[in-house]
Design a protein around this ligand. Structure first.
Ligand code: ADP
Ligand code: MG
Length: 466
């Protein structure tokens, strides 16, 4: 592989990420890639075990593929994560080196031990910086109640769910900040579910499960972010279940977030899901125009050269998909003002500046798997139940695979989530989608049908071939 192709692809991928959190996540993960090699148009990335390989495959393969193509790779390039012995040995070696280094750094006399959160807190994710509105007021109320008396038995666990960029992490960290400030002796841990899972997997391979267990059972407030990524092996679920019960039964507080409600966490065992529902489950919804505007005003409150209010109104009117998107638009405007101090920012200019973002807004309507199944069913004259059925007769089998293909392309949901909606396992969905992908290039009629369904769903066919 051209030496720089990998670097270019990584740079392109990182540039596509919206938040610092995501970049940090990628950096953490990329550190665990032992090596990468392009062979027969397949980019192999070696990692230490099957579990991670599968996990990264879901998370990165298609995005990396896209970045590689953008970076100049062949259109048919594929990305495959695999577990190899060399990668395992390398990881083992690194861990030993790290352990040795840490031994050396250890101060002779232990100073007062301060509990450290696993993943960092963001200093601005506080209650003071969180704007209340009808879309989040219930979640906000429970969050403040939990922050004031963590570990009670009514709001425990506190489960917050909702679309990306709506403020789940912010609110969860606000709970943590508040507790750390008012109860400095409480051990408050913020951790993403991926890190949690990785730490567990590592603890297995280094035979330090006991230490892992001790750490997480000695926490007073566990803030577990993005539990939709939890899945995996039975022994992890077992460990998680036991830790969970252990904490709750001893009056420790658990707060979780997810992009779906508990009952849709289909990679998890039923007993975990029902435990999640025993406290309180609350959705954060899309903010209204007024809330979007209030957020914009609050974010510009202290700026030296405030963005004119009519521009804020323009953003609030046009950017609706998430708070993160609203913030993105504001950043663009602020950058423009910063680098053009002499120019007055008119609505006209803002319109041009934000053209790309506002256009995306129209297309980024979040489609559900259900909507896709229905649209495909309507096209092929099959019912929802037909599509989910086991029948392999044509054209039903094709319709089902088309639905799988579109669900993977258009919903932005992970393959396991899509698979559960189809009541199939995730290899079946991958196989179905790939079958369609192959047939598309040789069957113009099928391609045309899929384009029509996509248009029917209010999306652009070009999105399918990106
Ligand atoms: P999620 O975890 O739901 O994907 P985040 O908590 O990361 O979303 O929020 C995305 C961005 O939007 C963050 O910068 C956050 O500070 C901001 N944000 C979200 N909701 C609010 C709110 N109600 N008030 C102020 N900022 C918000
Ligand atoms: Mg989040």
């Amino acid at each position: 592989m051209r030496a720089e192709l990998w670097d270019i692809a990584v740079a392109l991928y990182k540039a596509s990420l919206a938040t610092q959190e995501e970049v940090e996540k990628w950096n953490r993960h990329a550190m665990t890639f032992a090596s990468h090699k392009l062979e027969n148009n397949v980019l192999h990335i070696d990692v230490e075990d099957e579990y991670l390989a599968e996990f990264y495959q879901d998370l990165y393969a298609s995005k990396m593929r896209f970045a590689l193509i953008q970076g100049g790779a062949d259109e048919n390039v594929q990305v495959k994560f695999r577990a190899t012995d060399e990668a395992r040995e390398l990881a083992e070696m690194k861990r030993q080196e790290k352990a040795r280094a840490e031994m050396k750094e250890m101060p002779a006399a232990a100073t007062t031990e301060k509990f450290e959160s696993t993943n960092p807190f963001f200093s601005n994710y506080t209650f003071e910086n969180f704007v209340k509105g009808p879309s989040n007021s219930f979640a906000y109320a429970i969050a403040t109640a939990v922050a004031n008396s963590p570990g009670g038995n009514t709001n425990n666990p506190f489960f917050i769910w909702g679309g990306t960029g709506l403020g789940k992490t912010h609110l969860m960290q606000a709970v943590g900040h508040h507790i750390m400030e008012h109860n400095p002796d409480k051990r408050v841990c913020y951790i993403t579910s991926e890190t949690f899972l990785n730490e567990f997997v590592n603890s297995l391979s280094t035979k330090t499960t006991e230490a892992f267990r001790n750490r997480y059972r000695n926490i007073d407030v566990l803030l577990l972010d993005d539990v939709q990524f939890v899945g995996g092996t039975n022994n992890f679920q077992e460990e998680f279940f036991n830790t969970f019960n252990n904490l709750i039964s001893r009056g420790r507080q658990i707060v979780m977030t997810s992009d779906v409600p508990p009952r849709k966490l289909n990679r998890l065992e039923e007993r975990l899901i029902s435990r999640f529902q025993q406290g309180i489950v609350i959705e954060i919804e899309l903010p209204s125009y007024e809330t979007r505007l209030a957020i914009l005003r609050s974010k510009t409150r202290n700026s030296r050269r405030p963005v004119p209010d009519d521009i804020l109104m323009f953003i609030a009117e046009n950017i609706k998909s998430s708070v993160r998107a609203v913030e993105g638009a504001l950043k663009l405007v602020e950058q423009f003002m910063g680098s053009n101090p002499g120019i007055e920012l008119t609505k006209q200019t803002a319109m041009v500046l934000l053209k790309e973002l506002t256009e995306e807004e129209v297309t980024i309507r979040r489609l559900s798997v259900e909507e896709i199944i229905k649209a495909v069913g309507a096209f092929y004259e099959a019912s929802y139940a037909d599509i989910l059925s086991a029948s392999r007769t044509q054209p039903l089998a094709t319709a089902r695979q088309v639905a799988m293909f579109l669900a993977r392309k258009l919903t932005g949901q992970s393959t396991p989530t899509v698979a559960a909606e189809f009541k199939r396992n995730h290899t079946t969905v991958i196989y179905g989608a790939e079958t369609i992908q192959k047939r598309l290039s040789v069957e113009p009629k099928l391609k045309r049908s899929i384009e029509m369904i996509t248009e029917q769903l209010g999306r652009k066919p070009s999105e399918l071939f990106e």
